[in-house]
Design a binder for this molecule. Sequence first.
Ligand code: I6G
Length: 680
Amino acid sequence: MAEEKHTLEQLKRDHEALAQQIHHHNHLYHALDRPEITDADYDALMRRLLAIEEQYPELATPDSPSQRVGTEPLSHFPSATHANPMLSLENAFNAQDLKDFDSRIRRFLSYDKEIEYLCEPKLDGVAVALTYEQGKLSRGATRGDGITGEDITQNIRTIAAIPLQLRGDFPERLEVRGEVYMELEKFRELNRQRRELGEQTYANPRNLTAGSLRQLDSRLTASRPLTISCYGIGALSGQEPTTHAKLLDKLQDWGFKVAHETTRVAKNIDEVIQHYDALQNLRDSLPYEIDGMVVKVNSRQLQLELGEKSRTPRWAIACKFPARQEMTIVESVRFQVGRTGAVTPVANLRPVNISGVTVSSASLHNWDEIERLGVMIGDTVVVERAGDVIPDIVRVVKDQRDGSEQIIPQPDHCPACGSPVVREAGEVVPRCQGADCPAKLREALKHFSSRSAMDIEGLGERLIDQLLQQKLVQSLPDLYRLTRADLFQLERMGETLAAKLLKAIAASKQRALEQFIYALGIRHVGQHLAKLLSRHFGSLAALTAADIDELLAIHEIGPQVAESVVSFFRDRNTLKLLEDFTLLGVLPQAQKTVAENTNLKGKTFVFTGALERFSRKDGEELVEKQGGRASGSVSKKTDYVVAGPGAGSKLEKAHKLGIPILSEKDFLALIEQNSAGVTT
Ligand code: I6G
């Protein structure tokens, strides 16, 4: 009994230490953008924490970093009344509006000195209010109508940049306000993956953020790369900072992410106008979408004197940027074939300049979207640049029609290989059925060599096109058959470049299993699920052999993904592909768990009874791989006994000594949690 208590106390301490470490690294990575450890080391810390919580679920408290992964779905969101209303902002559109704002303020205050302002970017996201009690996140709510929003705490907890526990000398009670958003690069990557899969792409990062926050299943929210920028408070116990700039510094000290890099103090309204122009020039190079600049009186004292009107503070204004929309004409429509054969329509536009960028094509997404817009060839349309690299058609200007417009046809043959295309029930796009479609192969190669997949440096679109033209590559494994002599046939290919490319191709043979799974381009399996599958199965062989039930048993995997994975690995072409890869030495590496980072480290295991699910030797090997010890006899030093049917005296002795007894299943679960991804 004493031993068991000792183990529990120790695990609690380990858990606390791990949670603190994870919170710390989370903060460095997500709030400060200054990581100090690798992703793999971070994952290892998380796995150790999860393994402890698996054994002692009571340790999975709401402020545990494990809560970032989401929990059971809700039936609805409870309503959440704000302690103080979440106000909106008045709008300004130009320098004159800003000057008028300054004059109004000075008149109201009868102030003849210059007013200092703080200029902040207005991120295009979703406003939330985060409540902290005794430093712990207790509620996350949407703005709603400003008085009452929705309680989305479960979803808020999944956002890594939102602290679950405050740092430093935080106040007893605090309500922070901020904008949840998605970085453009993350948004584009998601859309790129969806486009390849022939799935409906998202219109802009804001809509995707709003949709992600409104998921009743927080596990889905957890899979979306959301982040936050905090800009104010709704309530604060204790002393308030004297300026808004100091408040932002405080927020950062307490662990929140603030948009420091684009926030400026302005001595007077003329400087505000300069910042507005400068920020507008920066707009296209920022990693997130902004739709304006928020100007606030910096002094908290003056803010209090100015107070608020019915729904807006007098001391702040949002100076909007012009919408990035223009009108142009759809001249024709072309069809693109993706990696999975999805045929998607793209509008060729009469070139138009939208805030400094010439736009000559727009995504039409699919035929549902064409129908929704009612767009035809020859139509005048409003086009918007809104986050995605490919602009969107917002609407058709129907009163510009003269009757010459033509319906956009749905192709019945693949524009690349001429094979029939079929649109299956429930699908929004038709797909090319050709097994040897060059367009599919081109896209598959692009995907396979991309950074998140096999990361083959130097193998870009241009080179892929050359390799295909010369018929040097006719399948994915062909990449690993390329020789120097082959490459020399290509235009502008010298000794150095060829050597570099061959080296990069060879290096990719050892990529992580999760990258390889992603690179295979299994339908519905993006980076996140590839990682999950890699962790769960640990080897390609195990994944290939998995059946639907095994896949469905994995948290986050539903019938659509399970069926897609099974049918992919049952396909004869896939088996041939995998065989070729193996013969060519492409041996993806499951992530090795560092023995130091497991909670089996230093623990002694005894196996007894008839083991049915693995041999004793395998069990002992697993323990040793994780830094533990296997022993043949039970003593006070034994930490766990793994008992199968028919266990006798060893089990009895373990009971007497109060040693935890694990079934084979418990043991496997412990190993699974602990070693997700260990090569066995
Ligand atoms: O909706 C908002 C976005 C950004 C804001 C805001 C903001 O500051 C950067 N600030 C205030 C004071 C309010 N709404 C009410």
